[in-house]
Design a binder for this molecule. Structure first.
Ligand SMILES: [Zn+2]
Length: 271
């Protein structure tokens, strides 16, 4: 599933060929994504110029004169740039033919992604209004986690994976950040002290920023259209390593299900 770093890399990868350019034509080959592609979208967008592309959580926002195109990649979606005239492959559902001379092409085998059109302030849309802070913004801090967690009995891992707490902390990033901060993922969120949340917030920023940085090395692939954007996770310390030795202390990493998600941690380093 595309996580926040992949979505941010997509934004950076497509922007030079999309932002500031006009949409010459919209080709919709498949209307039934997670929600139906809005009626009349092709006519609405044709001739419009796209402004600076924004990202909020895992949503991309493409501003045009009458509103914003809201795009979510779902479970298996990807946006790439291809040369005009490039034959569509199976599951290439939508093309925006840009005046830059490239086509922004949406590919989504499972069709859990969505494209919608928002009039007015996009951040008042219910899908965006309920979201917590961006993890890499200054508004996200250990103090935020501490204050929001008081009285919460949910496991700290589930607490940080909740989009209302902070956006974009998927299972991989939660596991890695908790290991880096030395916090047992099972501990009740409301029992974690302020200074430990400060370590955790710093660790979340670090794993996500490293992942985005790594994604930057694949940006040229957005223009060449080769392959799919991969996962940009740096060397993993715990995720997917259950039963293997901890890289820090050598103890066996433990694997268990927490809040219905597979979780790996070091019982020796994390408490
Ligand atoms: Zn350890």
């Amino acid at each position: 599933m595309p996580e926040l770093p992949e979505v941010e890399t997509t934004r950076r990868g497509i922007a030079p060929w999309v932002a500031g350019f006009e949409i010459n034509e919209v080709i919709i080959r498949h209307h039934r994504l997670r929600i139906p592609v809005p009626e009349g979208l092709a006519e609405l967008l044709a001739g419009e110029r796209i402004g600076e592309i924004e990202r909020r959580a895992k949503y991309l926002l493409l501003p045009v004169a009458g509103g914003h195109l809201l795009w979510h990649l779902g479970m298996s979606g990807s946006l790439r740039l291809v040369e005009i005239g490039t034959e569509p492959r199976k599951h290439d559902h939508i093309d925006l033919v840009m005046s830059s001379g490239l086509v922004l092409r949406y590919h989504d085998p499972r069709r859990f992604g969505l494209v919608d059109f928002l009039k007015g302030d996009p951040f008042s849309d219910r899908r965006l209004a309920a979201l917590g802070p961006e993890p890499l913004d200054d508004g996200f801090s250990g103090d935020h986690l501490y204050e929001r967690s008081r009285g919460k009995r949910v496991a700290v891992k589930n607490f940080i994976m909740d989009n209302a707490t902070v956006v974009g902390v998927g299972n991989i990033y939660a596991a890695e950040a908790l290991f880096m901060a030395g916090i047992d993922p099972r501990v009740e969120a409301g029992l974690v002290e302020r200074e430990r949340y400060q370590r955790l917030a710093a660790a979340i920023k670090q794993v996500l920023a490293a992942s985005i940085e790594q994604g930057g090395t694949t940006l040229r692939d957005f223009v060449s259209g080769r392959g799919e954007p991969g996962y940009f996770v740096q060397r993993l310390n715990v995720y997917g390593r259950g039963g293997e030795p901890c890289r820090v202390c050598g103890h066996e990493l433990r694997s268990m299900t927490i809040g219905q998600r597979a979780s790996v941690f070091c019982p020796h380093c994390q408490h």
